[in-house]
Design a protein around this ligand. Structure first.
Ligand code: FES
Ligand SMILES: [Fe+2]
Length: 370
């Protein structure tokens, strides 16, 4: 029943939990998201539990996400058919209420779990998940940690591969983010990679040494506006980071932890979720135990969309041949790519485990690695 999108789902790992929404995005109306090439509608039952269904109405193809929630069902905006959380049709208003509802009149449903303020979806219809969503510990930190998040999932230009590799790529900071990360070093810190035991992620530590900006916490919220930068100098603590730890997971998690002599000071994180071949959702935020004031909260809220807009712009303006699901067919790999390149290898392994072929050439790319 998802024929219109099943081809797109072949280019993603789909037996995997991805963030589909932030809990606060789901109130009393349905929410539509295209995830791994599948059109999904999320809604809450009267008891608050989140449901996820294929959003294409099987009657004439209206988008159920444009309908409304009625009781435990979502109602199609076209002829009023209703579907409950299991995907069964519960009402056909145009016929007598005694008339039978065909058993086959249903939409596929998706496994969904709400945890730690996020709604996680397993984008394989009718499938039984083989694991739990990976919820990072830092999402549950209490006082004095403060969390600031983008208020909703942001649909951005860039295939999942391009978006993830961009998030792992420090060599673009000095060029793409001149306004939001002024003073970012052109040079990328030495980075040693360790692959996670389950081969579904990897991480590393970049020693900051001479590359530390004078006050990275201030640089972290710079916007290019003099007023904002002045505010940032007042509201943000001066940190002297010793290193940054990076961790990337096939769940779509990108996390950068800043540590100083006293220990971890902030986790800047994003969950990336594949949308279609050329677009990716980003659910991002930062949790910190420094700059504990509401002006800093406000600055982070201004800063995060400005930063992500710069990434979306550069990825959306790549030449068309590089925008597809596999990026450029044979990218020339430079030293700085050592931080991001393992991602495509692990992701290709996970795709192979699902019987799928990754749409990027590992060998051609690896041959140019120096
Ligand atoms: S298209 Fe949905 S009820 Fe007709
Ligand atoms: Fe970026």
């Amino acid at each position: 029943m998802t024929t219109e999108t099943s081809a797109a789902s072949r280019i993603f790992v789909t037996r995997n939990w991805y963030v589909g929404a932030i809990s606060a995005e789901l109130r009393d109306r349905p929410l539509g998201r295209m995830i791994c090439g599948r059109r999904i509608v999320f809604f809450r039952n009267p008891d608050g539990r989140v449901q996820a269904l294929a959003a294409t109405c099987p009657h004439r193809g209206a988008d159920l996400a444009r309908g409304k929630v009625v009781g435990d069902s979502v109602e199609c905006p076209f002829h009023g058919l209703r579907f409950n959380g299991g995907g069964a049709c519960t009402r056909i208003p145009s016929q007598d209420s005694e008339a039978p509802i065909p058993r086959a009149l249903r939409v596929p449903s998706y496994a969904v779990i709400e945890k730690a303020g996020f709604v996680w979806v397993w984008p394989e219809p009718g499938d039984t998940p083989t694991c739990e969503p990976e919820v990072p510990e830092f999402l549950g930190y209490g006082t004095p940690w403060r969390m600031t998040m983008l208020p909703r999932g942001q649909l951005s230009a860039g295939s999942y591969l391009n978006a993830m590799e961009n998030a792992l790529d420090d060599a673009h900071l000095a060029f793409v983010h001149q306004a939001t990360i002024p003073g970012a070093s052109e040079r990328v810190a030495p980075f040693k990679i360790t692959t996670d035991a389950d081969r579904r992620g990897y991480g590393g530590i970049a020693e900051m040494g001479s590359m530390v900006a004078e006050s990275p916490a201030v640089a972290d919220v710079a916007t290019g506006s003099r007023v904002m930068d002045w505010l940032a100098r007042l509201a943000m603590d001066n940190l002297k980071p010793t290193h940054k730890a990076y961790h990337y997971r096939l769940s779509g998690l990108v996390c950068i932890t800043t540590t100083d002599a006293s220990g971890p000071r902030d986790h800047t994180f994003a969950f990336f979720t594949p949308s279609d071949a050329e677009h990716t959702y980003l659910f991002g935020g930062v949790t910190r135990n420094h700059s504990l004031n509401s002006v800093a909260d406000w600055l982070f809220k201004q800063y995060m969309p400005a930063l992500t807009a710069e990434d979306s712009k550069i990825l959306g303006e790549l030449v068309p041949e590089a925008q597809g699901p596999g990026g450029l067919a044979t990218p020339f790999v430079i030293r700085a790519d050592r931080q991001s390149f393992p991602f495509r290898r692990l992701y290709a392994e996970a795709m192979a485990a699902e019987g799928k072929t990754a749409p990027w050439a590992l060998e051609g790319s690896a041959a140019s690695e120096n």
